[in-house]
Design a protein around this ligand. Structure first.
Ligand SMILES: Nc1nc2c(c(=O)[nH]1)N[C@H]1C(S)=C(S)[C@@H](COP(=O)(O)O)O[C@H]1N2
Ligand SMILES: [Mo]
Length: 219
């Protein structure tokens, strides 16, 4: 498959991040209440928007775009880009927090809410977890209740412009209250599952839960 995650530079980057996780780098050992403290512990604000991924930035054309919502659902979805864009659109403003310590406030997003997708797909009672699959082979997992939140969106516009390819355009996931590795770029498939299936970074030393205010970077 052309989408495989391989190659020397990427292996080095992945190994370095795994080392950081093993050594507990960047940990301050403090927690904060997200209702009172906007900037999570150990984070610093940036004005730009850094690019982080495994080094493969797939070009997902409108023609090849497909978004599946499947697994433990009563009504599996398989959406073309047109069908996705025809779903109810919403605007939201939220912050991003990356485990590599940068945070960026007040990002204006446009897209389809997670709840809109879930309503249509109708999760079965057994559905408790989600595995996201992306076009570059990346995967990440969240609990269904972490995805089923009013501030979670599948976004296609950021600050008034289409999300560029390096940030996961045409469509990426944005879960603002978890570290950003839980927000897949170039999302291809949202798989609902009964069991928890740790993703790419979660099987390489990153925390399964990823709450920035609890400093759940590694674990
Ligand atoms: N498909 C995909 N999504 C991904 C990643 C990736 O490698 N592939 N990296 C994750 C990580 S580790 C981070 S920090 C954020 C970075 O998003 P950005 O490049 O838009 O800042 O994307 C997340 N989503
Ligand atoms: Mo990251």
């Amino acid at each position: 498959m052309a989408d495989e995650i391989t190659g020397a530079p990427r292996e080095k980057l992945i190994a370095r991040k795994q080392e950081w996780a093993r050594d507990g780098r960047l940990l301050t050992g403090t927690t904060a209440d997200p209702d009172r403290v906007r900037l999570p512990p150990g984070q610093r604000l940036v004005a730009d928007w850094p690019v982080l991924d495994l080094g493969v930035q797939p070009e997902v054309t409108a023609q090849m775009f497909r978004l599946d919502v499947d697994g433990a659902v009563d009504h599996p979805l398989s959406l073309s880009l047109d069908a996705f864009m025809a779903l109810p659109q919403a605007d939201s403003v939220s912050d991003m927090h990356c485990v590599t310590q940068w945070s960026r406030y007040d990002n204006a997003w446009q897209g389809v809410s997670a709840r809109t997708l879930l309503e249509r797909a109708a999760p079965r009672a057994a559905a408790r977890h989600i595995v996201f699959h992306a076009h570059d082979g990346y995967t990440t997992n969240v609990r269904l209740d972490q995805f089923d939140q009013p501030d979670v969106f599948l976004v296609h516009r950021w600050n008034g412009t289409p999300i560029p390819r390096q940030h996961g355009g045409p469509v990426r996931v944005l879960i603002p209250r978890l570290y950003l590795w839980k927000s897949p770029k170039w999302v291809r498939r949202i798989e609902l599952t009964a069991d928890d299936r740790p993703g790419f970074w979660e099987t390489r030393g990153y925390h399964n839960n990823a709450d920035p205010w609890m400093e759940e970077r590694y674990g």
